[in-house]
Design a protein around this ligand. Structure first.
Ligand SMILES: [Zn+2]
Length: 164
């Protein structure tokens, strides 16, 4: 599944977009796949695009379906929060986001709805492949944000890895 998420990330990269891809599965069944789209729209993260694709209208999924979200980068606060609202039981991501990743956010001070949510989280799956795509993006992007050192923690992680 992570290979498919990486293929989605590759599509984003070819479109000049920060290469994040995501896949949602129920066992071996793929429910949807997507990637980050617009550069300037902060709602169009790979996971959000995927959630809109799979959970449009009155969906029939429940936590008993053991849905797994695969994503090439640790989710941000928006995507992680949305995931908590959806019947997703497991999160698998490739590369940690040292700048804005929220997968390991502590929820014990959160209100009751979220404290009780348990999601299985696995990080580091095909991490090197995801990192290569990010390195390629950072080498080729013309976006001001990245060129002026935006998300410096993340850029440092990717560059340390790529130079190693
Ligand atoms: Zn996000």
């Amino acid at each position: 599944m992570m290979e498919l998420a990486l293929a989605e990330a590759r599509i984003a990269l070819e479109e000049g977009v920060f290469p994040v891809g995501a896949v949602l599965s129920a066992g071996n069944r793929i429910l949807g796949r997507s990637h980050k789209t617009m550069i300037s729209n902060h709602l169009n993260h790979a996971e959000m695009n995927l959630f809109h694709q799979v959970f449009e209208g009155d969906y029939v999924f429940s936590r008993a379906d053991h849905l797994t979200l695969y994503t090439t980068l640790e989710p941000c606060i928006m995507c992680f929060g949305t995931m908590l609202h959806l019947p997703i039981a497991r999160l698998v991501f490739a590369m940690e986001d040292t700048y804005g990743g929220c997968a390991h956010m502590r929820l014990e001070n959160a209100p009751p709805r979220h404290v009780s949510r348990s999601i299985e989280i696995v990080g580091g799956v095909l991490r090197a492949d995801a990192c290569k795509l990010f390195a390629e993006f950072l080498d080729t992007t013309t976006e001001e944000f990245w060129l002026t050192g935006g998300a410096q923690h993340f850029q440092a992680t990717v560059k340390a890895e790529a130079g190693a």
